[in-house]
Design a protein around this ligand. Structure first.
Ligand SMILES: Nc1ncnc2c1ncn2[C@@H]1O[C@H](COP(=O)(O)OP(=O)(O)O)[C@@H](O)[C@H]1O
Ligand SMILES: [Mg+2]
Length: 402
């Protein structure tokens, strides 16, 4: 099948060069060629593209006013094309800036034929991403003290959501002090967020998908650093780059981040990216006091209160503070009070499986599923039925074994 290109350039020589590159690719077809003006600032300066194409190959120049904004606008379009940027030369800063625009590929200087072909193949593989121009949204899950159940909730929310929707969900462990998502989901300790950070300069959607662990249900997982000393290697700016990159690729419908219980430079980067923030509390006096403090901090940070949702975990009617009283104290509704059930939770931890998957009919699993419906009302079940799929796979396996 032909791959249609729109070619946009600033300098004549570059335009001719890029056209040759496209024609050197056997299925390459040039739909449209346009020279761009030296400024693209202002609303009256959209990119001059009339013909639909699969890929826009664009010359990128940092000094052109409005260019970044125009590129970002294209990414917002419902049927957005893939964008390949070409830079005559670039330092790491410029390259990072270009990558942050969410484009699929960046080429610098001489483009090797093989390199160009591989980029197109990667794109064709990775273009299974979100449909209808949907964008990845970020959810943070955090507590104000360790042990309130942040990881338990993050894992189960992510699993429950992934099982409900057709698009993939990515769970990322950003609790650098206690990265246990990998172990809670029994993921072989191979790749972690450190691999993404260390290879950021040559990151592409295919590499990302190769190192991210995928569960059958459509839940993808990227564990945190394996050793405590590795946490020093995870810098806030690197986390910011990774989050913006993953977001820009729009491969996942939801990106769920376990932030643990510290508010530091790294977790604040995640908070800045968040569309929805879940604060996990226990209905005890110390936990609610801490929660109140953290809500005040969010206020100081001018975070939109509408995106903060409080969830109580480990609720027991015998000893916990009444959720209504807690709501009054916090001045914030409590979206759910998830029951205390040590046995069920520990069992799921020991089995390395989310509770909602291990014991789907359990009362605590039902409470989590209801919470997912409240928190993600627009993500209705759209035909993806992992339950059935898993069942079928088990049946086939049993048959094969018989
Ligand atoms: N709903 C619950 N009922 C009983 N125990 C729970 C519940 N949620 C979490 N726990 C227990 O609390 C402990 C901490 O859970 P975890 O999710 O690791 O918390 P965090 O990530 O906030 O440190 C675990 O030992 C787990 O068994
Ligand atoms: Mg945890």
């Amino acid at each position: 099948m032909p791959v249609r290109f729109n070619l946009l350039y600033f300098t004549e020589g570059t335009g001719q060069y890029l056209e040759e590159v496209i024609r050197g690719f056997p299925q390459g077809m040039v739909s449209q060629v346009r020279q761009l003006p030296s400024s693209l600032a202002g609303d009256r300066n959209p990119l001059p593209v009339e013909t639909p194409a699969d890929i826009w190959l664009m010359e990128y120049r940092e000094d052109v006013a409005g260019l970044d904004q125009r590129i970002e606008e294209v990414q917002q379009q419902a049927d957005q094309p893939a964008i390949f940027l070409y830079l005559q030369q670039a330092d790491t800063q410029t390259l990072l800036k270009a990558l942050r625009l969410g484009v699929q590929e960046c080429f610098i200087g001489q483009i090797k034929e093989e390199e160009f072909q591989q980029a197109i193949q990667r794109l064709q593989k990775a273009r299974k991403g979100l449909k209808n121009g949907e964008k990845t949204k970020v959810v943070t899950v955090q507590g104000c003290k360790g042990g309130v159940g942040v990881s338990f909730l993050a894992v189960n929310l992510a699993q429950s959501l992934a099982a409900r929707i057709a698009d993939p969900v990515l769970l990322l462990d950003l609790d650098l002090h206690n990265s246990d998502i990998g172990s809670l989901l029994d993921i072989p300790p191979r790749y972690t967020i450190l691999d993404v950070i260390e290879n950021f300069d040559r990151l592409d959607p295919q590499y990302l998908q190769d190192i991210i662990h995928s569960r059958d249900s459509g839940l993808a997982v990227l564990p945190g650093p394996l050793r405590p000393e590795d946490r020093e290697l995870v810098r806030a700016s690197a986390v910011e780059n990774v989050l913006q990159y993953v977001r820009g690729q729009n491969l996942y419908r939801w990106l769920i981040l376990d932030l643990g219980d510290v508010l530091d430079e790294v977790t604040l980067k995640a908070v800045e990216e968040a569309d929805l923030m879940i604060l996990v509390v226990q209905l005890t006096v110390p936990s609610l006091r801490d929660a109140k403090k953290i809500l005040e901090t969010f206020q100081l940070l001018e975070i939109d209160p509408g995106k903060i949702k409080v969830v109580a975990n480990g609720y027991s009617s015998a000893v916990s503070i009444d959720p209504k009283e807690a709501e009054k104290f916090l001045g914030q509704p409590i979206m759910a009070a998830l029951r205390f059930d040590h046995e069920a939770v520990i069992r799921s931890f020991n089995e390395g499986q989310p509770l909602v998957e291990l014991l789907p009919g359990h009362k605590l699993s039902n409470e989590i599923s209801q919470l997912v419906q409240i928190l993600f009302p627009h993500d209705n079940d759209n035909g993806h039925r992992p339950g059935r799929w898993l069942k079928l796979k088990t049946l086939l396996r049993l048959r094969g074994a018989a």
